[in-house]
Design a protein around this ligand. Structure first.
Ligand code: BTX
Length: 328
């Protein structure tokens, strides 16, 4: 594996081509071994040009991710140490449920290039086109009562928002509880599924879907008015491997903070990115519909809203009419 890393470095460091002989000399391996490594690189999506008497040159690095490319340089303590990548799956959620039942550890990650039955909440569909986004599920085994599971969703939303803010000039916003918006359009969704027994969580499957490199025309027509991708919003291509690694690193760090200090340590981050915090929206529950200003979230993750007469309420589930953009 380290040979491979060095090989990529050597290839990246030269302007033009580098000969097989030179590579074999520098790496201390045979020319046949160099050739084999080249084939492996191609399998992982590197586009490599081989020219007679001149040698090799990387034309493009993989957009296509693999278990290897995802593991390289992933300096995490526990997340993604067990990592499975698939070209195509029905849904990464189902795979993680199976792995959980086989006893796989906290932090196991499953990621796919494409999902043909991507799941949203309440059996809605999640469009997951090949190679265009991050379709990933993480197995978590938190030591928490089931009522606190929604906090993990909010935590994940802050991680995704921070990642985007750290890698671009975009201004991501979290629409309670868990949509990630950019310019009022959804670029990411989170699906948290829990297996619980009495008062303890057995495990959580945290699904994160992020539209990364879709072009405008690659967003399904029926959701175009409310959905977008990082590429559309930033007008640049995003490297999926680096983006995934960034998410995993931030997730681990934030999760550890959450474990040590509870959800109140995440609250500020969430509110920083909170959509329409301080603004007026219409809220409906089974009993009534009213106008209120969103104040923030509670230390337990509930949404806090203040009605015109000054009365504050904690909302665990409610329908929020967000207004504008037509997204409800
Ligand atoms: P959600 O129920 O909030 O959002 C689903 C709704 O969003 C759909 O009904 C549709 O209107 C719209 N939608 C569908 N696909 C997209 C898309 N790609 N971008 C923006 N809007 C869309 C959100 O559910 C939770 C999604 C979790 C997806 C991850 S991917 C990895 C894991 N595996 C899996 O099957 N699901 C999760």
């Amino acid at each position: 594996e380290s040979t491979r890393k060095e090989l990529i470095q050597l290839l990246n460091n030269v302007e033009g081509h580098i000969s097989g002989q030179e590579l074999s000399g520098q790496l201390g391996i045979s020319r046949t071994a160099v050739w084999k490594h080249m084939n492996e690189l191609k399998k992982d999506g590197y586009e490599i040009e081989a020219v007679q008497r001149k040698g090799y040159k990387i034309l493009s690095s993989p957009d296509k991710i693999s278990e290897n490319t995802l593991r390289w340089g992933l300096d995490t303590k526990w997340i993604g140490h067990e990592l499975h990548h698939y070209d195509q799956v029905e849904s990464t959620q189902e795979i993680v449920h199976q792995l959980a039942k086989q006893g796989k550890p906290h932090g196991t990650v499953v990621i796919a290039d494409e999902q043909v039955k991507g799941k949203g909440r309440m059996s809605r569909n999640w469009d997951s086109p090949k190679g265009k986004g991050i379709w990933m599920s993480v197995l978590l085994r938190p030591n928490l009562p089931p009522v606190q599971a929604p906090q993990i969703t909010l935590l994940a939303a802050t991680v995704l928002a921070r990642m985007i803010a750290e890698r671009s000039a975009l201004a991501p916003q979290i629409k309670w509880p868990n949509d990630l918006l950019i310019n009022h359009k959804k670029v990411s969704g989170i699906l948290t599924e829990m297996q619980a027994e009495q008062d303890t969580i057995q495990y959580i499957v945290l699904g994160m879907g992020m539209n990364v490199n879709q072009e405008d025309r690659e967003i399904p027509a029926d959701i175009k008015y409310k959905a977008s991708s990082l590429k559309i919003e930033s007008r640049q291509h995003w490297n999926i491997q680096q983006t995934v690694q960034h998410i995993l690193r931030l997730f681990e760090e934030t999760y550890e903070r959450f474990e040590a200090h509870g959800f109140s340590s995440i609250k500020k981050d969430w509110e920083h990115f909170g959509y329409k915090i301080g603004e007026e929206v219409t809220i409906s529950t089974m009993k009534k519909t009213w106008q209120a200003t969103l104040v923030g979230i509670e230390p337990d993750g509930a949404l806090r809203a203040k009605s015109k007469d000054g009365e504050e309420e904690k909302l665990y589930s409610a329908e929020i009419h967000w207004g504008e953009g037509g997204y409800h």
